[in-house]
Design a protein around this ligand. Structure first.
Ligand SMILES: [Zn+2]
Length: 110
């Protein structure tokens, strides 16, 4: 065995990965290196990067849906659901979509 390859543990999935990669090959967790910083021996030369932005987007979409749902629901309370069953259905779907998106975004960003 010649050169030892330094391994770090992926903070997200726990797998051992080379410190030379920018992202974990198995879960795509982004690993930002701070090795160029002024020699302060941060031995964990790894700064935890905010996890995939896609999850933030999913979370954001979920929140947006929930906001829309709140508005729809207020309108429904005002005009009475039995007067507009279709709007009532829509508000339920918007709520579920927003809730699921938000939960998925939260789970994904762990
Ligand atoms: Zn990983």
């Amino acid at each position: 065995m010649g050169a030892t390859m330094a391994l770090i543990t992926c903070p997200k999935c726990g797998k051992e990965i080379s410190e030379h990669v920018d992202a974990c090959p198995s879960c795509e967790y982004l690993i930002k290196k701070s090795r160029y910083s002024n020699g302060s021996s941060d031995e964990t030369a790894v700064t935890l990067e905010a996890i995939g932005k896609k999850w933030k987007v999913v979370q954001f979409l979920g929140k947006t849906c929930l906001v829309i749902w709140v508005i729809l629901f207020s309108v429904l309370l005002y005009i009475q659901p039995q007067n507009s069953p279709m709007l009532f259905d829509i508000s339920i779907w918007v709520f579920f979509a927003g809730f699921i998106l938000y939960v998925v975004g939260r789970i994904g960003s762990w």
